[in-house]
Design a binder for this molecule. Structure first.
Ligand SMILES: [Fe+2]
Ligand SMILES: [Fe+2]
Length: 212
């Protein structure tokens, strides 16, 4: 039987290939292997504080959670990612089960990772989903998050609107981290983003007064 670490390594090699630029598939650099790696490592850090969790299910879900963005941009990416992962994991299902992980649950974690704060499926009460969602959210915070949010939003909207957007998001669940571990790992990055938003606002007020 494979050691759990070896199994994760084997699955990770498989996952990485799906995030590569090839065969003319649309590239999504905001959700590339770099993003996946950061989410994976944030999950590991969060799980240092969360003991009663199925680590393999969280880590495998992290590896595939945004895979669908590279393949079909016409449907919700979580749904596409879940469907693709279901097929890919068939190859590993025996090994996953013998390592104590449920492939079906991994698929559900992926299916609901983007709507974790607002879903009624039983998976949404699981610690595994909360950890994955927190880790994914932390990549929207801090310096990396600022670049990612600006890249997806900033070039199509005036900068003033980005400030409004961040203020709006700060009031919603988008800024809420749901696990104790998530708050420990993400607090610095979240505060960094909030401070950046204040500084951005101040610069716009200071230098953006109307020209008479
Ligand atoms: Fe996602
Ligand atoms: Fe993501």
């Amino acid at each position: 039987m494979l050691r759990k670490d070896d199994l994760i390594r084997k699955i990770s090699l498989k996952a990485e290939d799906f995030y590569k630029e090839k065969d003319g598939r649309p590239v999504d650099f905001l959700h590339d292997w770099g993003h996946v790696t950061r989410v994976y490592n944030a999950c590991l850090k969060i799980m240092e504080f969360e003991i009663k969790v199925n680590r393999i299910e969280v880590l495998v879900a992290a590896l595939f959670h945004d895979i669908g963005r590279w393949y079909d941009q016409t449907k919700p990416h979580a749904e596409v990612s879940a469907q693709m992962t279901k097929d890919i994991l068939l190859e590993f299902s025996k090994e996953l089960i013998s390592a104590g992980a449920n492939p079906e649950k991994i698929v559900n974690l992926i299916n609901y990772h983007a709507t974790a704060h607002n879903c009624t499926h039983e998976i949404c009460d699981s610690l595994e989903l909360k950890i994955l969602a927190d880790a994914d959210k932390i990549d929207m915070f801090g310096p990396v998050g600022i670049i990612r949010v600006s890249a997806s939003y900033g070039d199509k909207n005036p900068i003033e609107k980005s400030v409004d957007q961040l203020h709006e998001e700060a009031k919603t669940d988008n800024f809420t981290l749901h696990t104790e571990g998530g708050r420990k790992v993400g607090l610095y990055y979240k505060e960094y983003l909030i401070k950046f938003n204040k500084d951005l606002n101040a610069q716009i007020e200071d230098l953006g007064t109307p020209i008479n």
